[in-house]
Ligand binder design. Structure first.
Ligand code: AVI
Length: 323
């Protein structure tokens, strides 16, 4: 790697790409998988037969709708349902439908960084559940939560679905949970989906589909570097590689250079050399057990109220309260 000029970064993406590809070993954050094309690829992943996470969480919400709604209300049917990273809301709509048809006084506040995701969700909810109060919040999770907190004292139920927490290393997950905890009042609840440890082969298959959708999703970070930062990555010269460590529960995605090559990223004035079989680490998808979930909660000042799971206990949704 050579640095041709002193670079002033205009965006976080520029800075993270520069630092990640100049580091050893190389790494890029999975948050950069998501642009319009990446969002679509992730939608496709959620429909793949191997990607059991979405299906299992959907089934949990479907099987336990009444109990979950009662837990959220805890005797008080008026609350705000706030969703961090709402996406297309397919799973949340099961709960929203039940709540709006059963006289719960709920305001749904989906938070997302993408305005177009929020617009799509709002439109579909107006059509499918016209009586539901919907108030989308554009921005980062914490900015939006802080804003919501300023409004009034109505109880909050915060949703973080899809095992999105699994894309954070434990120390970052604890920091994230602490941030949320600090914005919670005594009666507020936090409802989080956790993908649990299971047969390692099932996990590897979920991140290694033969149709190549996950590969394209992983490589989308390189495609973004090409289009947004004038890079010249040849995507065919990289392999998508997944590993899973059943001891730690960490699934890791890599891009592996199939041959020696030099890639230029003109906007960053960067030339990056790859040795044959050199890696770029791109994503972690953490799998949990009960002890680790309890440990995370404890470190973040949260306690477990209850949990819902599929019959095989391969995926769990935990309800947390402030300690
Ligand atoms: C969004 N996140 C929880 C997904 C996961 O399972 O880690 C992203 C994903 N990466 C590859 N497939 C799906």
């Amino acid at each position: 790697m050579q640095k041709s000029t002193q670079v002033l970064f205009k965006t976080q993406f520029e800075e993270d790409v520069y630092k990640g590809l100049s580091d050893f070993p190389k790494h890029l954050s999975s948050k950069y998988f998501y642009d319009q094309k990446g969002d679509k690829l992730f939608q496709d992943i959620m429909h793949m037969p191997e990607y059991y996470l979405t299906r299992k969480e959907y089934d949990i919400l479907k099987q336990h709708t009444t109990e979950i709604a009662e837990k959220f209300a805890m005797g008080n049917p008026k609350f705000k349902l706030i969703e961090l990273g709402a996406g297309d809301g397919k799973k949340t709509k099961i709960l929203l439908k039940y709540l709006s048809e059963n006289n719960f006084d709920v305001k749904y506040q989906p938070i997302d960084i993408s305005q177009s995701v929020l617009d799509g969700l709002e439109k579909s909810l107006h059509k499918e559940l016209p009586d539901l109060q919907v108030e989308p919040q554009h921005g980062t999770y914490f900015e939006a939560l802080e804003k919501i907190n300023l409004e009034n004292g109505t109880k909050k139920v915060i949703l973080f679905l899809g095992s999105n927490i699994g894309n954070l290393l434990h120390e970052h997950a604890i920091a994230f949970l602490k941030n949320v905890q600090e914005l919670m009042q005594e009666d507020d609840l936090l409802f989080i989906g956790f993908d649990m440890k299971k047969n390692p082969q099932t996990i590897l298959d979920a991140y290694n589909d033969p149709s190549g959708i996950t590969e394209a999703f992983n490589k989308n970070v390189l495609a973004r570097i090409n289009t947004e930062l004038d890079g010249n990555f040849d995507l065919d010269k990289f392999l998508h590689w997944e590993v899973y460590d059943p001891e730690t529960g960490t699934a890791k995605s890599y891009l592996v250079a199939k041959e020696a090559q030099t890639v230029s990223i003109d906007k960053l004035g960067l030339l990056i050399d790859f040795a044959p079989w050199e890696t770029i680490h791109t994503e972690i998808s953490q799998k949990y057990d009960d002890k680790v979930v309890a440990w995370l909660a404890d470190n973040a000042g949260l306690k477990i109220e209850t949990e819902f799971s599929d019959p095989e206990k391969e995926y769990k949704n935990f309800v947390f309260k402030k300690c």
